[in-house]
Design a protein around this ligand. Sequence first.
Ligand code: GLU
Length: 408
Amino acid sequence: MHNPFENAMTQLEKAAQINKNLGAEFIAEMRVPDRDIRISIPVRMDNGALKIFEGYRVQYNNTLGPYKGGIRYHSETDINEVKALAFWMTLKCSVAGLPMGGGKGGITVEPRNLSKGELERLSRGWAQKLADVLGPQKDVPAPDVNTTPEIMTWMNDEFMKITGEKTGASFTGKPVDKGGSEGRDSATGLGGYYVFETLREKLRLPEKCNVAIQGFGNVGSHAAEIFVQNGHTVIAISDSKGGIYDADGLDITKLSEHKKTTGSLANFPKSENISNEKLLELECDVLIPAAFENQITEANAENVKARVVLELANGPTTPEADEILFKKDIPVVPDILANSGGVTVSYFEWDQNLKGEHWSEAEVFEKLKGHLENASEKILAKSLEYNTSLRMGAFLVALERIKENMHA
Ligand code: GLU
């Protein structure tokens, strides 16, 4: 099993070797989080029993601003995963040019097994236990895997009740009518598309691409819609149960309806059922992992036939797989750039809440586009300067900015 935090540290070590000026002391500081908090959350279940859940918040680094990052609800979430995700958030906010540090939270839970009431009590419990260390100028959580705008509302409400905070800027990813930003919902997928469009020609991709997407959650489904709207063909999609393939292209609206009615993607008319493993090995222009860590590993990287990998999940490619793809000349557009659209619009939400403003969707998207074009150009230039991968280009851009501001 790959430990995501060890993978993250391998990436950091590699960046340190590429730019020795980063220095051993700075790298040593980047290897450890500022704080790593574990909490116990007792929840009264619907059957009257008391169940205690394990929760986390890792505040990795706040050199650039308040800690920022989502909260993940998953049965396999543990401290190592949250620590890795918090580290990547630190670099992601730096890459995207945001005045935010990096953090991440989570609860070890399978949310599908909870009733709505249990989910609300659990979510309020998380905010209660961590209220001391959260807030607009301290740490601003947001959604991640299996956490929704509604969950953010419960947490924000609980936090405001405890602390008296009034701006609502303590959590982002709230529903639009509860202080959320226009465009936050689709921001990660759309941001990924802007990054792809900025780099497309330089990556020698055709104007119209065939795309395969692993994951049909918030990120994967929005990305699929956006790529199709822009004239690309989505030939395969999967979720945790398996995938489907149609060389002529999938109709995403119909596919969403099909999943809603049947509970899975399988047996979608005209398409072929395929496994998640097979999806990763399809011949296509762009492969988009939009699910979990450790999907492209030393075991399957050799079989990847995509021309480019666009990482909308966090940490989907292991360092060993990175080496293999680099040798095969398959560029990987790294997570900390490709999926930074989500946190960028989260930052816009925080900013709007603090200023008491509400921006239009068009304004949000225009600003998002500007941020991501800029970040993409910088990272490409850095990777060319050091003759290295886009991931290392992104690490160098991010680390250099943090180092310049550290202890300033
Ligand atoms: N969970 C998202 C991520 O991994 C978004 C974090 C945020 O909006 O703060 O980037």
